[in-house]
Design a binder for this molecule. Structure first.
Ligand SMILES: [Zn+2]
Length: 254
């Protein structure tokens, strides 16, 4: 990596690649000889997809070679500076409807040993689960949602996934502390309901909906405790109030 272009050109301006490079990068065989100006230093240049020579940086190169689709309206719901990364990744799967829910498993060939007709939601034992059922139309998940939504400033939003997404799309560009709390609570609620669903499916661990709601709120509160109010924030004490409000609630996460 210490080799410069000058090192690769001989006195007659011919390339002197090592034989290993010919094997690894056959393209160098046909490179025309290069005339170098000994008085100029070397610098790294990236030729972008429009053949413009630009300053090289790994970030620029990544943005140049990756496929860029149109920005989705929910991008700020999932990815934001204060997010909890594992909750955001899970929420991304939720939005893309990529969780391995029972309705989706039904379209796979599971073999004759698995009777998909016997599957039912482990939370309410009624019918197969699905993304919309678990978040949060299932009676169990709805109890979780109903306990956390008021505190998340979403009291007018019902338990349907479509309602939650519509509510956020109206606030897509909002960076208010209330919206940050709302986003954290929704992501945490989706995450912990899914965890409880899996625990019931694969172990004997059962927790009541009130406990799951408490874990959601406590997790968000812990996250908020790491925030500092911005100096020029319109409402710098909003998060402080939320933290205090949560502190005085009877939360059992033990
Ligand atoms: Zn259910």
């Amino acid at each position: 990596m210490q080799t410069t272009v000058f090192d690769l050109v001989d006195d007659q301006n011919m390339w002197r690649w090592s034989s290993a490079w010919f094997d690894l990068y056959p393209v160098v065989i046909n490179l025309p000889p290069s005339t170098l100006d000994q008085n100029r230093g070397e610098n790294l240049v990236w030729k972008d997809s429009q053949s413009n020579n630009t300053h090289f940086s790994s970030g620029w190169v990544w943005n140049n070679i990756r496929r860029c689709d149109q920005e989705v309206p929910w991008v700020d719901l999932v990815w934001f500076a204060q997010c909890i990364p594992r909750h955001s990744f899970h929420l991304w799967l939720v939005i893309k409807n990529k969780l391995k829910t029972q309705d989706r498993m039904g379209i796979w060939d599971m073999g004759s040993a698995t009777n998909l007709n016997l599957m039912c939601c482990p939370l309410c034992r009624y019918n197969k689960d699905s993304r919309d059922h678990l978040i949060f139309e299932c009676p169990f998940a709805m109890q979780v949602w109903n306990k956390v939504k008021d505190i998340a400033y979403m009291d007018s939003v019902d338990a349907s996934w479509a309602s939650i997404m519509a509510w956020f799309e109206q606030r897509a560009s909002s960076k208010s502390s209330k919206t940050i709390v709302s986003k954290l609570v929704v992501a945490a609620a989706a995450y912990f309901v899914w965890q409880e669903r899996n625990n019931r499916l694969f172990s004997q661990n059962h927790q009541p909906s009130s406990k799951i709601a408490d874990i959601v709120l406590q997790t968000v509160r812990f996250k908020l405790m790491t925030f500092r109010a911005r100096r020029r924030s319109k409402n710098p004490f909003q998060l402080e109030r939320w933290k205090m409000q949560m502190k005085t609630m009877d939360i059992d996460t033990g």
